[in-house]
Write a protein that binds this ligand. Structure first.
Ligand SMILES: [Zn+2]
Length: 110
């Protein structure tokens, strides 16, 4: 990646629970709600809402909202299924809104 020095993590902006590692960032230029979002291959300490088809900017996808496992704040969504070939790489990955996560430097990820 670009400027990573050591291990960097992203936490829930509200309760500071660690949600994702910088190393698991797939795409940093995603659109999430009204702001930027990051696409992660792997997230931890979250709970998923029910799966539903949703019309997003890039088309219809089956997604599940993702909430902080600690404080319940809605952080983003997970792509459960995509219907177009060029979106397949998103399946099983999670978008976290940049406004809902905050950077942390910590070694206690798990
Ligand atoms: Zn939280």
């Amino acid at each position: 990646m670009d400027d990573s020095i050591g291990s960097r993590f992203y936490c829930c902006f509200r309760c500071r629970k660690i949600i994702a590692a910088h190393d698991h960032t797939v795409d940093k230029s995603f659109l999430a709600w009204r702001g930027r979002g990051f696409l992660f291959s792997h997230v931890v300490n979250v709970v998923e809402g029910p799966k539903a088809d949703r019309l997003l900017i890039s088309g219809t996808h089956m997604v599940a909202d993702v909430f902080c496992g600690d404080c319940g704040e809605k952080l983003g969504w997970k792509y459960e299924k995509t219907y177009e070939q060029h979106h397949k790489y998103k399946e099983g990955k999670t978008v976290l809104a940049k406004s809902k996560i905050t950077k942390a430097f910590d070694s206690t990820f798990y």
